[in-house]
Design a protein around this ligand. Structure first.
Ligand SMILES: Cc1ncc(COP(=O)(O)O)c(C=O)c1O
Length: 403
């Protein structure tokens, strides 16, 4: 079955939702066991002391561990991510990132990560993981040789965290190259890729050999800026088991209502992303020559040969995220935001509506000035998440705001 069919047909049995064509919402926090023996068996499997037999019916236990809407969503999202065998859903993208890292890394382990990185993730590394004893090494996106060296030379390396394209400069990292470097390590670190900007439609990290594909489901998967969620997908189902065990301890599973909402958004994610990407490409190509725009960061307009190589090797389409560096620094950026009439000045991205923000003073404000400079997050940089409106209206709005 192809992905667009699978997403609408697998993982859901109408007979279990009193014949309803779409899944019911199961709001129960706890589940009645079919027998004390079945309860014992369910706990043995949940605790990792036993394995479910193929086709075995295992009783549900308690909604912090698992519930029907999470099971349906996890089953239906798998075919959207090429190479995925299993998924685990969380109540935010940060929860997905934190839980996946802490499922495998212990104090004393090291993590190598690319920069720029979503400000919240970088803050998580500095404010929590490092004081906890998991030290991080930052490598600039686009510096392939430096990333390979960091992977090969860092002792006790447990996780390589790649965000590509990077938020907010769209710099790309070669996933396959990182996977190959990880494979040369004595004890192979896990390669985790935050695929929020281009997945699941235009980039497939698991098919390139990555171990964990991470999402802020709040963005394109959710698609309407009305819910938070996070997802981790893996090609090796045993990794998901380990992550789920941590999720059960942390208590950050996505709630039934949100699972149901996200589930209903999955069949349209390809339609929404394709439309938004076409819009963005038209807009980016027209804004590129604008007198007020010093530089535009957008995959179809890359000039660096290595960035073009990575784009062509791992991305199907350029996507709908872009950043403009405006002449005149922060005042010019703030003026631009103030003058927008259709696009909204808000953080977040991936919704059907166009959102624009100034990363240095918002999403990346917790990152040090030095790190921002290294990562290329400048005063004049505005990040745009292009939606599915008529692109001509959006272009008109940007041109009048620039003018
Ligand atoms: C690339 C990226 N990863 C992760 C996150 C965090 O996701 P959430 O806000 O759903 O926790 C964000 C949020 O903006 C993001 O842009």
């Amino acid at each position: 079955m192809r992905p667009l069919t699978a997403v609408l047909t697998r993982g859901f049995d109408p007979a279990l939702s009193v014949g309803s064509a779409r899944p019911a919402v199961f709001r129960s926090s706890t589940y009645v066991f079919t027998s004390p023996e079945a309860a014992e068996r369910a706990f043995a499997i949940a605790g990792g002391r036993s394995q479910a037999m193929p086709g075995e019916h295992v009783d549900l236990i308690y909604s912090r561990f698992n519930h029907p809407n999470a099971e349906i969503l996890e089953d239906q999202i798998v075919p959207l991510e090429k190479g995925a065998k299993a998924a685990v859903v969380f109540n935010s993208g940060m929860a997905a990132i934190m839980t996946s890292i802490l499922a495998f890394a212990r104090p004393g382990d090291r993590i190598v990560y690319t920069v720029p990185l979503y400000g919240g993730t970088q803050h998580l590394i500095h404010e929590f993981l490092e004081p906890f004893g998991i030290r991080g090494t930052a490598v600039r996106a686009g510096r392939g040789a430096e990333l390979v060296e960091a992977i090969e030379k860092t002792e006790n390396l447990r996780v390589v965290l790649i965000e590509t394209p990077a938020n907010p400069t769209l710099m790309m990292t070669d996933i396959r190259q990182a996977v190959e470097a990880a494979g040369r390590c004595g004890s192979r670190p896990l390669v985790m890729v935050d695929n929020t900007f281009l997945g699941p439609t235009f980039q497939h990290p698991l098919a390139l050999g990555a171990d964990v594909c991470l999402y802020s489901g709040t963005k394109y998967l959710g698609g309407f800026s009305d819910m938070l969620s996070g997802v981790a997908l893996t090609a090796d189902a045993s990794l998901v088991k380990t992550i789920k065990a941590r999720r059960g301890l942390f208590g950050n599973i996505l709630q039934p209502d949100e699972c149901w909402m996200l589930d209903s958004r999955l069949p349209t994610v390809n339609l929404r992303m394709n439309k938004a990407s076409k819009n963005a490409q038209r807009i980016a190509e027209r804004l590129a020559g604008h007198a007020q725009v010093e530089k535009i960061h957008y995959p179809s307009l890359f000039e660096d040969a290595d960035q073009i190589r990575i784009r062509d090797a791992q991305c199907d389409y350029p996507g709908a995220m872009m950043s403009l560096e405006l002449r005149g620094g922060k005042p010019a950026a703030f003026d631009f935001l103030r003058r927008l009439r259709l696009a909204r000045n808000a953080v977040s991205l991936g919704g059907v509506e166009t959102l624009v923000c100034h990363p240095k003073s918002t999403t990346h404000s917790s990152v040090s000035a030095e790190e921002l400079e290294i990562a290329g997050v400048t005063d004049g940089l505005v990040r745009m998440s292009i939606g599915i409106e008529d692109w001509r209206d959006l272009l008109g709005d940007f041109e009048q705001a620039l003018g």
